[in-house]
Ligand binder design. Sequence first.
Ligand code: K2U
Ligand code: ZN
Length: 174
Amino acid sequence: MAVREILTVPNPILKQVSEPVETVDEELRTLMDDMLDSMYAADGIGLAAIQVGVPKRVIVMDLDWGKGERNPRYFVNPVLSEPSDNLVPYEEGCLSVPSYFDEVERADRIQVDYIDYHGKPQREIAEGMYAVCIQHEMDHLEGVLFIDHLSRLKRQRAVQKVKKLVKQREQDAA
Ligand code: K2U
Ligand code: ZN
């Protein structure tokens, strides 16, 4: 398994709409394993394949790993439905928009249909942080970032902040 580079704004690849997966095979499982390694290495709790430059409808998540345990979850060709009418605000971040956080409102309950790591169809109801994270990741599969839900000014400030941070990281690494 390997840690892959996580793309950051304003990389245009992040705006691509990801394509459905044809087959859950060993190659796809390697991608999902690498995505999980990359997410853990970046202290994230979710990651979409497009964030490592692969335009496939694949998401990984681990809502427990920050609590000292690992509970990896894999979502192939996920579909969300029946969102609750109750929208709740949450201070979101994104591994592709590092160091910027802001409030986004999302449904506090939503149905998730997906294919799992072994190719078996699954259906779950997501609530709480699970609901927030799966909606955030599903946005990535449509080429949408959480800052796209904010004002133009906030979005511009976020991109400028990330560009400055990435430039500083590159200088420090040189
Ligand atoms: O897509 C990503 O970059 C992964 C996000 C997932 C996420 C965003 C907003 C709310 C919940 C999850 C990263 O994990 S951002 C880092 C983070 C970690 C814990 C809680 C919130 C954000
Ligand atoms: Zn994100």
